[in-house]
Design a protein around this ligand. Structure first.
Ligand SMILES: *Cc1c(COP(=O)(O)O)cnc(C)c1O
Length: 370
């Protein structure tokens, strides 16, 4: 157990697999479920997470960068589709094509360039095209997409495998932009397919799956829900919790007079209180923004954080525990089934995604398999 001295991060691959199957079950017939494993599978370890998803039948993976795609290709071999969501680096087109990675191209110039390079090398490498349906981030503008549709030669030369777009407000089902993006994407898909019938369509992220079957198209691209983040904020989380993070207590102390705790002496604590100082601070992803608001979990209850979160340690008020509970407590959990990534995100004024991608690399990581 000495490895877990700096904290124990448990990642439940079985739960990720069940979340994947749960999302598959929710899809309209004829659509299949991919998985987004960018940013090291949202901080949980792509090398462990992707094979677990593959074992559950996932064959369409989405990463953010070419480097992520290359390492995923090494991990999973040739029998999976790997789409790079942020396109291809200038000058790296050949590497990308030879690694069998499908770049998401979002300007006409990128597409022309890709087609020219593939033609020169006699590679029929597939690509994906992204259209902007209303988020105004990455994607061809409507004008550019019109130009693409009006260029049958380019369409014939380009091996477009996938048309995708991304929803801006999928986690707010009532938001009018969802409907607008749906209509815009559907129309773009119909028009492209009229010329390239083989192209598959993909719109939905995790929350998009919960907007209804018309959002599912051919391939869904969930990320966060696989990792336990609630895809339907405000309603009960249908996904299984995936991470548990336990911090070892390195000092317990009894406060004899009224005192202030931690940097800046920001929070007062009454005489007679009991404090526990645990290893793990903002350098480990215990976001400092939750200082004075966040909590940990021990003895079956929430224990408030006190004072500011430090770089390497966090202090908790454990006065609510009985003397016996206090004595036996040797660690405090800061993420678990009860204290979810979404709850912690709320304390820190952020989203569950950021809680996951911030998880530090000083913890001992334990993977639970089926
Ligand atoms: C990150 C990302 C996803 C996954 O989104 P979640 O909300 O985590 O399900 C899907 N599509 C694109 C283009 C993304 O960048």
């Amino acid at each position: 157990m000495s490895d877990s001295r700096e904290g124990l991060l448990t990642i439940d691959l079985q739960a990720i697999g069940e979340n994947y199957l749960d999302l598959c079950d929710r899809l309209a017939s004829g659509s299949r479920c991919g998985a987004v494993v960018k940013a090291d599978a949202y901080g949980l370890g792509m090398a462990q997470v992707a094979p677990a998803l593959h074992r559950r039948g996932c064959r369409d993976f989405f990463v953010a960068t070419q480097a992520e795609g290359e390492s995923l290709r090494r991990a999973l071999g040739d029998a999976v589709n790997i789409v790079v969501l942020t396109g291809v680096r200038d000058g790296a087109e050949l590497e990308c094509a030879r690694a069998g990675l499908v770049p998401t191209l979002f300007t006409l110039q990128q597409l022309r360039n890709w087609v020219a390079i593939c033609a020169r090398e006699k590679l029929a490498a597939p690509c994906a095209v992204k259209v902007d349906s209303g988020m105004t981030r990455l994607g061809m503008t409507p004008e550019e997409f019109e130009q693409l549709l009006a260029d049958p030669e380019l369409l014939r030369a380009a091996n477009i495998q996938l048309l995708l777009s991304h929803l801006a407000c999928a986690d707010e089902p009532q938001h009018p932009l969802n409907e607008i993006q749906l209509r815009s994407f559907k129309r773009a898909g119909e028009r492209l397919r009229a010329q390239c019938p083989e192209v598959l369509l993909s719109l939905a992220n995790s929350s998009g799956i919960f907007l209804g079957e018309e959002y599912h198209f051919d391939i869904a691209r969930p990320g966060s829900a696989l990792y336990g983040v609630n895809p339907v904020p405000g309603s009960r989380n249908p996904m299984r919790a995936v991470v548990e993070l336990s911090l070892p207590i390195v000092q317990k102390r009894h406060v004899s007079g009224d005192q202030q705790v931690g940097y800046g002496a920001t929070q007062s604590i009454a005489a007679g209180s009991w404090l526990a100082v645990a290893r793990g601070g903002y350098a480990d992803g215990i976001l400092r923004a939750q200082s004075g608001r966040g909590c940990g979990w021990g003895g079956g209850r929430r224990l408030p954080m006190v004072g500011r979160v430090s770089m390497d340690s966090t202090t908790f008020d454990i006065s609510a525990l009985s003397a016996a509970e206090r004595d036996t407590l040797d660690s405090i959990e800061v993420l678990n089934r009860e204290l979810t990534v979404d709850e912690v995100a709320e304390y820190a004024g952020t989203i569950g995604y950021e809680i996951l991608t911030s998880l530090g690399n000083r913890y001992f990581r334990r993977y639970l398999r089926s």
